[in-house]
Write a protein that binds this ligand. Sequence first.
Ligand SMILES: Cc1ncc(COP(=O)(O)O)c(C=O)c1O
Length: 379
Amino acid sequence: MSPTPASMSDPRAPASYSWEATNEEVARRSGLPVDLIVRFDLNTSPAPPAAVKQLLAFGGFETGLSEYPPSDYRGLVAAAALAYSVPEDEILVGAGADEILDLAAKAFLAEGDVAIVPTPSYAMYRVLTEQRRATVAAVPRQAASEDWAIDRPAVRDAARTAALVWLCNPNNPTGRLEPPGLIEGLLDELSSDAQADGRQAPVVVLDEAYSEFVGKSLLDVRATYPRLVVVRTVSKAYALAGLRVGFAIARRDTLARIEPYRPPGSVSTLSVAIATEILGIPGVLAENLARVEGERARLAAGLEDAGWRPEPSVTNFVLVPFADAETAAQVAEALLAQGLVPRTFPADHPLANSLRITVRDRLENDRLLAAARAIEAGR
Ligand SMILES: Cc1ncc(COP(=O)(O)O)c(C=O)c1O
């Protein structure tokens, strides 16, 4: 007998993160070979940096594979400190940004606490909050016409009783950057409200997974808001999602609260070695950023020509709204039939009428554009 999934046997189990279909499932449904399936749902890059091939051939990494990585990841920390221009003792390494978010939830959320999520945003904030048996206060963002900006007064208000605020800038899945000064102003307000009420300000986790795409970061704000944890990753702009390497950057006393939850050696020796090298190679980042920028403009223009209305984006994905949720679901099905996997949103999600589409390489994007034209021609 197969085991009962936890969520069926335990009514208190939190909802899990929901993925799109696997390549094998899509291949089966579409009748296409599995290597023709393209992931437009994961905000990843089509290929790792070219330097990785050289490193794997000549890096001599295999000698380290019988050992655990160094417990303090010291070489990787040093490379990240240089790449992000921060002191080494303000960096903590995790298995991707996702593990960092998980550690932050463990360190700063207890049962019954409230965590704010300006909504829509990255789905893991809710999953992780609920895993701690804490509650999400979802604060709706402003309209698409207002760049989906955080509703600053509403977040400020809700944060009076919150232990943690999850922020994401640029935001996934909207692909926009917050207006200049909004987050800094909000943090000032959170500090002064806490001081006036005689309590600690909430911890703010600022997820900057996509910040390299805009060349802007609020890392320096930790100087004025000590309970800020900035999250970075090599998954997106560095095109290394498969390595699973991410970082928390925060002031030492804040980082010290997370450290006890860090598992020993969750990042593999090979990932540590490759990320350490790549972070130090000039030009790796610029190459991928240039590819994304060029292809994003071409993809958006092609989608417009096909009759879709992609929203502006500063990231490696675009959000495409349709007339309603039913139309979005039909378009998703039609794309899947071509082996192209978009990111969909559940029926009760504020973006149920939209699909999120990753900027891939030229050939893959051309397949998507051809599919979009065919779908529109068939209506
Ligand atoms: C906003 C955001 N944070 C974190 C992650 C996870 O990043 P990582 O691959 O570093 O775990 C993603 C991945 O899609 C993301 O969109």
